[in-house]
Design a binder for this molecule. Structure first.
Ligand SMILES: Cc1cc2nc3c(=O)[nH]c(=O)nc-3n(C[C@H](O)[C@H](O)[C@H](O)COP(=O)(O)OP(=O)(O)OC[C@H]3O[C@@H](n4cnc5c(N)ncnc54)[C@H](O)[C@@H]3O)c2cc1C
Length: 232
């Protein structure tokens, strides 16, 4: 794997991602391009403190790097990145992370994320679509419908191949919502767990803990489960 490098990233575009304004997309142009793997992340360095963000786009697009950021109330980095002037630069260190496609060990890929956790699952799914004919199940959980984003991409992914399926579940859906309901953990029964499956989990600690327990009870060996914990 590539050794992490320090470099500067210039903010070249920013866009609110969801109707509720909880998430935004940020486009960086980096001074030094370091090859990374789909699913890896970078650290933004602010006043000596580091905050991690997954790289949404594939390495072919370097020196452009796309991020998807949740606004955290009182969050130093998410606020800075939401407000910093366009064309200003920030120090980053990258790449890091082991949540990357397991194409040699698996033929079925189960991607489960909550909230901004989709940011590290999207490049893994994209890479698998472009480089394999493996089957993919993506299960993404959010609270409200107004926080949904990337619907176009989700639709494209769903219709890309017969062996790809996308499930979006809301814990607090409105009356009009016709998709899945409840936490991602309530939909484990819909996942095709088996010998040739790799499971990628990405989100907060409670989801990861609960999913690990359910997967273990279903007989999935821990070697087949990869996780990235975004926060406590
Ligand atoms: C490997 C990795 C990849 C990540 N990728 C992304 C990504 O692509 N996009 C993204 O938005 N986030 C991502 N995160 C999460 C992000 O690093 C944290 O949310 C980070 O704390 C945000 O920094 P901040 O300075 O804005 O908030 P901080 O100043 O760090 O946090 C302020 C307060 O909010 C709490 N907090 C932090 N995050 C959350 C949260 N999500 N929910 C509830 N409370 C929280 C903290 O514990 C603290 O009390 C990733 C984390 C890791 C470890």
């Amino acid at each position: 794997m590539q050794k992490p490098i320090h470099t500067l990233a210039r903010i070249i575009a920013r866009r609110i991602a969801d109707e509720g304004g909880k998430y935004f997309e940020l486009l960086f142009e980096v001074a030094e391009a370091a090859p990374y793997l789909p699913g890896q992340y970078l650290n933004v360095v602010l006043d000596g403190q580091r905050r991690s963000f997954s790289i949404v786009n594939l390495p072919e697009e370097l020196p452009r790097i796309e991020l998807l950021i949740e606004r955290i109330p009182g969050g130093i980095a998410s606020r800075y990145l939401a407000e910093a002037p366009l064309l200003s630069s920030v120090e980053i260190v990258y790449p890091f992370g082991r949540l990357v496609p397991q194409a040699e060990n698996a033929e079925h890929h189960i991607l489960v994320g909550t909230g901004s956790g989709i940011a590290s699952l999207r490049p893994i799914a994209e890479w698998l679509i472009r480089n394999t004919n493996h089957s993919i199940q993506l299960l993404w959980g959010l609270r409200y419908r107004q926080n949904l984003f990337w619907q176009d991409w989700l639709e494209r992914l769903q219709s890309s191949r017969a062996n790809v399926s996308v499930m979006v579940t809301l814990t607090q859906p409105d009356k009009e919502w016709s998709g899945f309901r409840g936490r991602v953990t309530e939909h484990v029964g819909a996942l095709r767990l088996g010998e040739k499956a790799a499971v990628y989990l990405c989100g907060g600690k409670p989801m990861l803990d609960d999913m690990r327990q359910l997967l273990k009870a279903a007989g999935v060996p821990s070697a087949q489960i990869l996780t990235e914990q975004f926060h406590l």
